[in-house]
Design a protein around this ligand. Structure first.
Ligand code: IPM
Ligand code: MG
Length: 361
């Protein structure tokens, strides 16, 4: 197979972790006979520096022409950077939102899985961890508060800011279908998270999700209010299989879920459109405080590349091999600093990449 991948190293630790993911992809290509061609585009702060905007039309078009996109991270220290003294639509994160919307990447899949080797790094008590957990957060990514009309105005001498949360039934239906499809391949349990006791958009969400559920009689559907969901996520994470939720709630809950896996440096993600096209990125940010030090954990990006193999290229065997290699390296006791534990061996970003590469044969 010959795949055209657009890479977006981005800002902060982005270039370091994307480099390791490409090394792993190249190894997969060597072993399984595929060619991965890369074309790099700028997005985020680096694009602002070069072109004055966080994402150019040309860059977006290049991404659109590719088979899949691999992203590191964008952004810097808010309030402490030339990238943030500009209008909101010119800041680094605006590039990320623009590419999500521009490529119609409405389905964001964020798996949160506890490797038994990392149980020590999990902040939860042993009795809560139990046999671990393995959930997928299915976050709607191109609607809701992130993309609603917003403005700040002065009303009678008082500053007032407005953000609007809108969903139509089609937007809800298509993400619900993705969630149920994934649930069918897992433990067949969807928990749909909303705030239906307050929000109209959530009441519509619940109604449409229930309609979709009728087509999946084998899947158990439960509804949970978002505040109510935040609690069992840390009290009984093992009960979650597929969590289906809107954009903002998914943003918050996926960070909560990532923390209990031991480190946000472990969490991969895929953002897909209607077809097989997707953008793959770690769930974490650009970590400007450790950029360039060679200590960032590349595993989330490497696991995101595995998701690319699985979801965009249908290369399940290859994706399994990457995931198994990550598992093997953890079992051998190698750790980056964020997941370091007593008795383990501390390695940097590139060494971690090399170790994973070595296990793909
Ligand atoms: C994420 C991030 C982004 C989001 C930011 C950087 C705009 O937090 O991917 O979760 O809120 O979606
Ligand atoms: Mg987030």
């Amino acid at each position: 197979m010959n795949c055209k991948i657009v890479t977006i190293p981005g800002d902060g630790i982005g270039p370091e972790i994307v480099r390791e993911a490409c090394k792993v992809l190249d190894r997969v290509g060597e072993v399984y006979g595929h060619t991965f061609e890369y074309q790099e585009i700028l997005m985020g702060g680096c694009s602002i520096d070069a072109y004055g905007v966080p994402l150019t039309d040309e860059a977006l078009e290049t991404a659109r022409q590719s088979d899949a996109v691999l992203l590191g991270a964008v952004g810097g220290n808010v309030g402490n950077s030339r990238w943030y003294d500009v209008a909101p639509n010119l800041r680094p994160e605006a590039g990320l939102l623009a590419i999500r919307k521009g490529l119609n990447l409405f389905a964001n899949i964020r798996p949160a899985y506890l490797y038994s080797e990392l149980a020590e790094a999990c902040p939860l008590k042993k009795e809560i961890i139990g046999n671990g957990f393995d959930m997928v957060i299915m976050r709607e990514l191109t609607g809701g508060l992130y993309f609603g009309e917003r403005h700040t105005e002065e009303v009678d001498g008082v500053l007032q800011a407005t953000d609007t949360l809108t969903y139509n039934e089609n937007e809800i239906r298509r993400i619900a279908i993705k969630a149920f499809d994934i649930a069918m391949k897992r433990r067949k349990h969807v928990i749909s998270v909303d705030k239906a006791n307050v929000l109209d958009s959530s009441r519509l969400w619940r109604k449409v999700v229930e309609e979709v559920a009728k087509d999946y009689p084998e899947v158990k559907l439960e509804h949970m209010l978002v505040d109510n969901c935040a609690m069992p996520l840390v009290m009984n994470p093992g009960q979650f299989d597929v969590v289906l939720t809107e954009n903002m709630f998914g943003d918050i809950l996926s960070d909560e879920a990532s923390m209990i896996t031991g480190s946000i440096g472990m969490l991969s993600s895929a953002s897909l459109n209607e077809s097989k096209f997707g953008m793959y990125e770690p769930s974490h940010g650009s970590a400007p405080d450790i950029a360039g030090l060679g200590i960032a954990n590349p595993i989330a990006t490497i696991l995101s590349a595995a998701m690319m193999l699985r979801y965009s290229f249908d290369l399940d065997r290859e994706a399994d091999a990457v995931e198994a290699a990550v598992q093997a390296v953890l079992t051998e006791g190698y750790r980056t600093v964020d997941i370091m534990a007593e008795g383990c061996r501390k390695v940097g970003t590139a060494q971690m990449g090399d170790l994973i590469v070595k296990h793909i044969q």
